[in-house]
Design a protein around this ligand. Sequence first.
Ligand SMILES: [Zn+2]
Length: 169
Amino acid sequence: MLSRLTDLFGVLPGFCFYDDYDGPNAFATTATRLRRADGTVLYGKRHFLNHMASPESPEVVVTATCAHEFGHIVQYKYKLTKQLTDGQATAKRAELNADFFAGYFAGARKLQKPDYPAAVFAATDMIAATSSPTARITVRRTSGPRLWSVGSKWRIGSAAALPTPSRSE
Ligand SMILES: [Zn+2]
């Protein structure tokens, strides 16, 4: 799953678990560990165990979380963070953008594997720090990964900068 994220997003961060004793969490950092150039994704052990206890497709909940964090790595690698956070009081836009990348990944998987439970991504609360009822990803089912949108009014444009996912593995 991590190699699929690396292939689709063109990033190669380090990945490790950490002790999230102070509250279940996962995050991405520009800090390089494990000699990977694109930062590091850290997944709290408690957060991971909570996700693995999810009643529906726990492995997809884990994937959704990793995809969101890889989305932050994409932001760091392509220097999108300033653009996303300038003039913003919160990190919400950066979080929604990471969700957008996660949605793009789910859409790509769905194209490759039509029974992939992509909707689980939408149900996974990946933006705990900025949670808002309007911040959930909703899936427009009409044309694959390009029409993921957030909330009812904030539509994110096409993923023109990203490669079109291939239908075959
Ligand atoms: Zn995030």
